[in-house]
Design a protein around this ligand. Structure first.
Ligand code: ZN
Length: 202
């Protein structure tokens, strides 16, 4: 099932998400994860957090493939001995950030909840994350590169933080009107979305 993606302005995106209970039936969890992957791929996203489908629980899915897969031209440009970053496809349940280290680097991020907006966001290069996989096995794992960035972005969603919250006061001021229009549904989007005013207007 493909969910509608919640747009910026919905309080669920500002809520700190709650842990998923250990006794949640496995079938229910697997269905939610499958639906989140389906929703993410249908919107051509590389990551999707549960609050973005209206559920304030600590779960996100990602597939960094589209960000790290190289075409022939990219491959030709690799330095000798340089290893391309492998794609990470994973569901993360009840994640906890253990550490964020390494040099900070900037990248123009976007978000399925904020269509049409891309801004430079600075994040640490390396992270260690503790999480449960879809079989509820606990892992503590290090990530770097694009995978670390996608995880940091999705993890922020579980803390009620959007990438636009991380911009400078000046940038935020410049974007204010645009974000307000997006929250009202005044934006082009190529996938199903839910806006805060939806119920009231129709
Ligand atoms: Zn996002």
């Amino acid at each position: 099932m493909i969910y509608s993606i919640v747009a910026i302005g919905d309080p669920v995106l500002k809520t700190k998400a709650k842990n998923i209970a250990a006794d949640l039936p496995a079938a229910e969890l697997k269905q939610l994860i499958a639906d989140m992957y389906e929703t993410m791929y249908s919107a051509s996203g590389v990551g999707l957090a549960a609050p973005q489908v209206g559920k304030a629980v600590r779960l996100f899915v990602m597939d960094s493939g589209p960000m790290v897969d190289l075409d022939e031209e990219d491959l030709a440009e690799l330095e000798e001995g340089e290893v391309p970053e492998p794609a990470v496809k994973r569901a993360f349940i009840n994640p906890q950030m253990v550490s964020e280290t390494g040099e900070e680097w900037g990248f123009e991020e976007g978000c399925l909840s904020i269509p049409g907006v891309r801004e430079l966001v600075t994040r640490h290069a390396d992270i260690v994350l503790r999480y449960e996989d879809e079989n509820r096995q606990v892992h503590e794992e290090a990530f770097s590169g694009m995978a670390a960035r996608v995880i940091q972005h999705e993890y922020d969603h579980l803390e009620g933080i959007l990438f636009t919250d991380k911009l400078s006061g000046f940038k935020k001021q410049l974007l204010k009107g645009k974000l307000a229009r997006i929250s009202k549904g005044d934006v082009r989007h190529e996938y199903r979305m839910k806006f805060v005013g939806d119920g009231r207007r129709r």
